[in-house]
Design a binder for this molecule. Structure first.
Ligand code: 13P
Ligand code: SF4
Length: 347
């Protein structure tokens, strides 16, 4: 009975996006997960990049990194199943240490989170004493513990501006740093370990960056946009701020994953090029059947794609994979994440 209901709901939403046989199979899996979720008193938080059948069936909340952090801080259930990548599940644990946080895939990494270590941050702080450190939420807990405040793609400029300083260390995404520098009017420098132990006094405003990149968004090019515009002159182009500044500049809009979802919903154009993980294009297409989403599905996030309905069921069945953050690191990381949430709440 429930299977029919879930199947019917998925069919209505996704018949143009997912083959029928897959929908039937996934609706059954989804029902099993919904039952287990009740039994375990669990909440499922899912990032906008989750594949359509998962995205539209089992989560209690979907959203971008900031929205999911807020939910992780507020939810009342005993267990949080995080359908996203490890740094997101870690952030949930940092905010809700008393809860069991489960990540359905053992690894589900992120090229940005892997690009920097806590020791790298300590060295930068020694190189630029007194300069506040902002780290993108796409980092692991020990890196967050070394910083003053975190940011996400939806609040990076606001976080930088909230510090009220001429100079900010902004880690680890080179492109987000460059896009944020442009938005805030700050210059950017990329230090090496050989740099003198001083900030150049001739520069009034600056971000000190790092060479991390998202392995997905760095692949989109201005040529991709030009090709789409040649073929579809009316297309509106949306790029995530992890794309290069050139790609962002050539686009019509840049924002967090949820900001992109809202943009399509609120605009009347018939066609959109979505420069981010392809599954999100599917999810937006399902929500906007009268609009066409152009998406480049050869470029995928292998980490987000590790999260499946099967693994989500197994996470609840076998209590895996439990996310732990050592308490001394968690306490320090908590301050940075909490500070970000407080600043964003004022928006
Ligand atoms: P959002 O915070 O915009 O959802 O971005 C998360 C992410 O990992 C994008 O690649
Ligand atoms: Fe990390 Fe990029 Fe994947 Fe987002 S899309 S999780 S930034 S690798």
């Amino acid at each position: 009975m429930i299977a029919n209901t879930t199947y019917a709901r998925l069919k209505e939403k996704l018949s143009e996006v997912v083959p029928d046989a897959e929908l039937r199979y996934k609706a059954e899996l989804a029902d099993e997960i919904l039952r287990l979720k009740e039994e375990r008193n669990a909440v499922i938080l899912a990032h906008n990049y989750m594949e359509p059948a998962l995205f539209y069936s089992v989560p209690d909340f979907v959203g971008d990194s900031l929205e999911l952090s807020r939910k992780a801080a507020d939810c009342e259930q005993d267990v949080i199943v995080f359908c996203g990548v490890r740094f997101m599940a870690e952030t949930a644990k940092i905010l809700s240490p008393q809860k069991t946080v489960l990540l359905p895939a053992k690894k589900a990494g992120c090229s940005l989170a892997a690009s920097i270590t806590a020791e790298d941050v300590r060295q930068l702080k020694a190189q630029f004493p007194g300069v506040p450190v902002v780290t993108y939420v796409n980092t692991y807990a020990d890196v967050k513990a070394e910083c003053d405040i975190c940011c996400t793609s939806s609040n990076a400029a606001a976080v930088v501006e909230s510090l009220g300083t001429d100079t900010v260390i902004f880690l680890p995404d080179e492109y987000l740093a460059k896009n944020t520098a442009k938005e805030t009017g700050k210059h950017i420098i990329f230090p090496t370990r050989r740099m003198p132990n001083q900030v150049d006094g001739s520069v009034d405003y600056q971000l000190i960056g790092w060479h991390g990149r998202c392995e997905v968004h760095e692949q989109f090019t201005v040529e991709d946009i030009e090709n789409a515009r040649r073929q579809f002159p009316d297309v509106l182009v949306l790029a995530h701020p992890e794309c290069s500044p050139e790609v962002v500049e050539a686009s019509d809009f840049s924002g967090s994953t949820t900001a992109m979802v809202k943009y399509v919903k609120e605009h009347k154009a018939e066609r959109y090029l979505i420069l981010t993980e392809c599954a999100m294009g599917d999810n937006i297409a399902a929500e906007n059947p009268d609009k066409e989403m152009l998406r480049m599905c050869s470029i995928r996030c292998p980490h987000m794609n590790e999260i499946t309905l099967e693994d989500t069921r197994d996470a609840l069945l076998y209590d895996r994979y439990v996310i732990e953050v050592p308490e001394d690191i968690r306490e320090r990381a908590y301050r940075s994440v909490k500070r970000m949430i407080e600043i964003s709440a004022k928006d």
